[in-house]
Design a protein around this ligand. Sequence first.
Ligand SMILES: *[C@@H]1O[C@H](CO)[C@@H](O)[C@H](O)[C@H]1NC(C)=O
Ligand SMILES: *[C@@H]1O[C@H](CO)[C@@H](O)[C@H](O)[C@H]1NC(C)=O
Ligand SMILES: *[C@@H]1O[C@H](CO)[C@@H](O)[C@H](O)[C@H]1NC(C)=O
Ligand SMILES: *[C@@H]1O[C@H](CO)[C@@H](O)[C@H](O)[C@H]1NC(C)=O
Ligand SMILES: *[C@@H]1O[C@H](CO)[C@@H](O)[C@H](O)[C@H]1NC(C)=O
Ligand SMILES: *[C@@H]1O[C@H](CO)[C@@H](O)[C@H](O)[C@H]1NC(C)=O
Length: 394
Amino acid sequence: MLRSLLTTFVLAALHGASLVSAQNAGPAGCVSFDIQWNLLAFGFNGKDYNAGTQDTWASGAATDITTTGRPPFDHLNTTCYLSQFTNAIYFINADKANPSAIYIYDATAKSWSMQQVVQGGFDPSDFDAILDHDTNVFYSYSGGEMYSLDMALLKSANSTAIPWVDVQEPDLSIDSTDPATVKVPGANTDGYKPVLALAQNHVHFIGVPGIPSGSAKIFVIHFSYMQPAPQSYGANAFPTSHGRAASFFLDQGVQQEFAFIPDDGSATYVVSVETNTTKTLTGPPQQDPWASYSASTSALVQLTTAGEVAFLPYDPKTTVNGGTWTKVSKLPAAAFSSSQGTATSSGNGPRATEGSSGNSTNGSNNQTGGANTLELGMALLTGSALSMIGLFAL
Ligand SMILES: *[C@@H]1O[C@H](CO)[C@@H](O)[C@H](O)[C@H]1NC(C)=O
Ligand SMILES: *[C@@H]1O[C@H](CO)[C@@H](O)[C@H](O)[C@H]1NC(C)=O
Ligand SMILES: *[C@@H]1O[C@H](CO)[C@@H](O)[C@H](O)[C@H]1NC(C)=O
Ligand SMILES: *[C@@H]1O[C@H](CO)[C@@H](O)[C@H](O)[C@H]1NC(C)=O
Ligand SMILES: *[C@@H]1O[C@H](CO)[C@@H](O)[C@H](O)[C@H]1NC(C)=O
Ligand SMILES: *[C@@H]1O[C@H](CO)[C@@H](O)[C@H](O)[C@H]1NC(C)=O
């Protein structure tokens, strides 16, 4: 309720009467990157665009990459995720007629396909998700449960539907020292509006009620293990609130940092899971709680519900705080109109625009064994070397 009031206010303030109505949903379109870090924009007034690399965003026109097989982008709350190993981008909630389908854009072949999904208990109108870097498996939180969906190394759809598998009812309890609250399935999940963020193959649950600011509950993917104690990310604490998250890629290997933008847009927090510290950068230009975000190796990009794209440059080594957001003038403003975006029944919830990327266009990263095998195989291993071994070990 508070959120929709806030949204109403923000949208009214920014755009007057130009919008059809106040939204309680994210854009019916999405921005992401390919593995050369070209900025790709999808569902912009019925078209898709390649805006090129960051050094070119200030001028010129983006390349129209609209082609057949694309989803209609007629569904609000569209989310997208870069699979770095395959140079593919996966889309959830891009097609009203197929609300549970995952669309795949092969950024190398520039072609589309639609992957059928066995929805199970996963609710595409209410979830948040990340795409794990090393396993190429989605992890989502929906209705108090965690689900996974194994994309294998798909660049185009498999004719066999892929299931959302129930992983566990996560323990989001606060006090790990109290035996009564440790590893209690479902603890503290009531009413939790998920914000999932990915780094080092760890799923971070942000904004868990009662968790100290600057902390997150962590699910360790390779062990399928929820850490009982929240992890602190230092004194420069981000608030315990709902928001959005996006992971910064590296050219190779798993992401080590993610950005968290609380719904009020007051700041952009960048969390390093290597140093357990947080940087405070400038908040986005439009304080839109329904905006979506994507990140490359060197920029965080915001797509607002009003269809505007802006970016904040980021260098893991030299950026310490602050920073300046700039509009990506190369992209047209998208109008996510009611005809494009008024969903009838489903949609999807707060989401993290995550993805992953390594350097495996040459197919050396073979993980046909799939995540389950991987996790079983890894279950006896310990230590952080695990994430480096990742799928290369198989
Ligand atoms: C498609 O899915 C089936 C069933 O999971 C699997 O056996 C097959 O290898 C998959 N094919 C491709 C090309 O991934
Ligand atoms: C990725 O692989 C390509 C081709 O093998 C190579 O040219 C490029 O330098 C690699 N990038 C990185 C970051 O290793
Ligand atoms: C970060 O925190 C984890 C868990 O508390 C700890 O194991 C790790 O050593 C810390 N890393 C640094 C660099 O302090
Ligand atoms: C968008 O997601 C929000 C949050 O989960 C949900 O309340 C809303 O119904 C969704 N809207 C649509 C049109 O799917
Ligand atoms: C293939 O990828 C691996 C790992 O990313 C790399 O070591 C190797 O040099 C690559 N081979 C070619 C031909 O690009
Ligand atoms: C990947 O590994 C599987 C099983 O280990 C093997 O059957 C398959 O041929 C491999 N694929 C590639 C492209 O190396």
